[in-house]
Design a binder for this molecule. Sequence first.
Ligand code: NAD
Length: 493
Amino acid sequence: MDNMNPDTVAVQGAHFIGGRYVAADHAMEVRRPSDNQVYAGLPVADAAMVDRAVQDAWTAFKTSNWARQAPRDRARVLRKWAQLIEADIATLAPIESVGSTRPIRDAVRWDVPFTAEGIRFFAEFADKVGGDVAATRSDTLGMTIAEPYGVIAAIAPWNFPLVMASWKIAPALAAGNAVVLKPSELTPFSALRLAELAIAAGMPPGIFNVIQGNGHETGDALVRHPRIAKVTFTGSTRTGAAIMAACAESGTKPVTLELGGKSPQLVFADAPDLDKTARMVAAAITGNAGQVCVAGSRLIVERSVAEQLVAGIGAAFATLRPGHTWHPDTTLPPIIRPADAARIDGMVQRTLQAGARLVTGGRLLPVTGEGGYYAPTILMGVDAGMEAVRDEIFGPVLTVQVFDDDDEALALGDHPSYGLAAGVHTANLNRALRFAHQLEAGTVWVNRYGRTDDFVIPTGGFKRSGMGKDLGRQAYEANLRFKSVLIDFALPV
Ligand code: NAD
């Protein structure tokens, strides 16, 4: 895909309901983040369109065999879907890359295969997680039956459109539910291709639907629809709180929330390889230009190695190549919108005015076209009260705080409100275990930063970073409800 032409990538500005595209008037423009050019229009589903999608999903849930069939048959359809997604890479990867901040090389190597593998992972649970028989008196049979909820609403963010959507929809579908997905209005198209491929794989029409639109209108109507039995959301903490309130008001619906973060990377003087650690720390804040929920945005480093480590991180930053997502050499993609690049710069400038010291970056980057790009930035001399240390920036901005002993490192590591992930770099096993236990974070990485493809490890945040898990057995079980059945029977004497 070295010669990808962004102008030839075709997308459908439509909903996907009941197994087919549903056209509607375009109420929004969708822009390519790389150059800020409008390349498609998008409908905004109103309450009537949301109702149509949810009712279609409910009808499919009740009348198709999706939930009733042998779970292995459902798993077979999901595995076929994963296979078709992989085979579709020449179409799917450019759709993802042109419309988002994902460089084409990464979309090919990671986003598309990772999406397919995630679906395969959850397919395997379909016939392996069931209910229990309880230890009751011998004249009663007590059972706990695991059953799907019905129709689940999935709401996804823009930063990894395919992968984030797949973490919501794959466990829900594998458990036998029907799903209505609302992708982000900024990155709405790759989900439609997924829906097309689901039909090709043999999924009954209406089991997986995609509706387009903004959050406050379409997303809110979806969450509040009376037929929605559960909501699974990934996005900002602010939106997560609004969705939780809407779930409470519209039927005390259970909700899974994967929200924002302000994750620390703690580096001790005994970190196994300081040069390698510097490259890891740099990658953890510049991957996807820092637009990652688990971005390691707060470096907390032992004083004796701070200077050397920061120099190594700066050197790693200097190797990054900003550019359009469709350019095969790009390693620093755009910020999702120029306004967000300006927002990031505002946070950096205000933190500098509050007394921070700029080591590198701190400015917008010029790249051909009108996209917003931001220079990887290091801020030193910061304290916990400063904006860039306190608030999620969602850009390539690293703050540096220095510590002298373990207790100080632990105190700096915990954020007052977020608790998504943390990294600890040390060769001392006792220290690694102490920090793994004591840091308030849903995931702690030791001597690494970032996920592997071990889908069995759940991910999710503490505190305002969310509730519930994506991935792992926990995510599958969260898409089931457990019914207790007690049967009396007369034993022959
Ligand atoms: P966002 O909250 O602005 O939007 C996310 C989705 O919610 C979009 O589809 C949007 O249209 C929808 N939405 C907005 N308001 C809504 C409402 N009132 N009701 C229903 N839906 C509504 O987030 P974003 O800017 O798309 O994504 C970035 C954020 O997501 C960051 O905070 C990031 O940390 C977080 N994130 C978290 C994880 C995780 O696993 N914890 C993963 C990726 C991103």
